[in-house]
Design a protein around this ligand. Structure first.
Ligand code: GA4
Length: 340
């Protein structure tokens, strides 16, 4: 008799992926020393080829990261009823397994917090004043890093002024920024039943904003899709080894459009770990809702044999965000905006 393994009920609506193996560890993660000369060129190279990079010499103190991570761990360790009192995430607040509004599920719980200007928005209250203080300090550090990296992107592309991209995210009080604290509990449920399968922690997707800055503890789980330039558009999933001393900068769809496709957003996902908790903290930098998302003019003016055309239909960040919230996590949200 053949007995087919069936995932336990707790995992019923969560898709399973092949458990990562040592061979999936990506040894080619581009690393950029933000303090080194030539960093701008390295940022561009990494964003063109991979759509993400690891930054070191970032100047963010261990204490700033440690304080927020400890607050996140403390919150996620509190009784379920306490956490539920801060949810459901719609989109802000505490969320448990449900991601977005359209049926996506993952093996995680999270807190999604809105940022108003330089600190957390009063409209989406943090669960405690100590978490809010730690988050505000962290957001300050992320905004400085977003500025540094986006200025390097402008510099590396020869765009002036240097603040052309950075100002959209960190100089305008109406910029659309978010902070996401994720907890992926260990998931031993499949250990004996389906040893080669793991639940999806956060399904594959690209980030809609300009830039995301991710920090994680030392538990692995993040995977990125390597871009392949073959006609089939195939991609290979690789595991990004965790490194709590660094940050990962991820190119979002809006930055892809603003650079007319030179920098590319990257599909990424998280696979839940069977034994250890993963905690990640992600800052998302988006522009004000009315910002037009279109290639920077200087990037279209160059070419010797006439002007380079925009590869995308025009839209505002508000329009893109609205469409994103109506989509499923794994959808190719930029596809409808590609010009033929
Ligand atoms: C992906 C990036 C950010 O985490 C996020 C996500 C948002 C959500 O969790 O509510 C979305 C997702 C993200 C894109 C498509 C929609 C909206 C879930 C989802 C199914 C906060 C964001 O800005 O877009």
């Amino acid at each position: 008799m053949v007995v087919l393994a069936k995932p336990p009920a707790a995992l019923e609506q969560i898709s399973l992926v092949r458990s990562p193996s040592v061979g999936d560890n990506f040894t080619g993660v581009p690393v950029v020393d933000l303090a080194a000369p030539g960093a701008a060129r390295d940022v561009i190279r990494a964003c063109e080829r991979f759509g993400f990079l690891k930054v070191v010499s970032h100047g963010v103190g261990e204490g700033v990261v440690g304080r927020l991570e400890a607050e996140a761990v403390r919150f996620f360790a509190s009784p379920q009823a306490v956490k539920d009192a801060h949810g459901p995430a719609s989109p802000f607040g505490y969320g448990n397994k449900r991601i977005g509004r359209n049926g996506d599920m993952g093996w995680l719980e999270y807190l999604l917090l809105a940022i108003d200007g330089e600190s957390l928005s009063r409209a989406s209250p943090a669960p405690s004043s100590s978490l809010r203080d730690a988050a505000n300090e962290y957001v300050g550090a992320m905004r400085r890093m977003a500025r540094t990296v986006l200025e390097m992107v402008a510099e590396g592309l020869g765009v002036t002024p240097r603040g052309a991209l950075a100002d959209m995210v960190v100089a305008d009080a109406a910029s659309d920024q978010l902070l996401r604290l994720n907890h992926y509990p260990p998931c031993p449920l499949l250990q004996n039943l389906m040893p080669n399968c793991s639940p999806t922690g956060f399904g594959e997707h690209t980030d809609p904003q300009l830039i995301s800055i991710l920090h994680s503890n030392s538990t692995s789980g993040l995977q990125v899709a390597l871009h392949h330039d073959d006609a089939a558009g195939d991609h290979q999933w690789v595991t990004v080894p965790p490194d709590p001393t660094s940050f990962l900068v991820i190119v979002g769809d809006s930055l892809q459009v603003m650079t007319n496709g030179r920098l590319r957003s990257v599909r990424h996902r998280v696979v839940a770990n069977k034994l250890k908790s993963r905690v990640s903290m992600i800052y998302f930098g988006g522009p004000p809702l009315e910002q037009r998302i279109a290639p920077l003019r200087q990037l279209l003016a160059g070419g010797g044999d006439g002007e380079e055309q925009s590869r995308y239909e025009e839209f505002t960040w508000g329009e893109y965000k609205k469409a994103a919230y109506l989509s499923r996590l794994g959808d190719n949200r930029l596809a409808p905006f590609h010009r033929q």
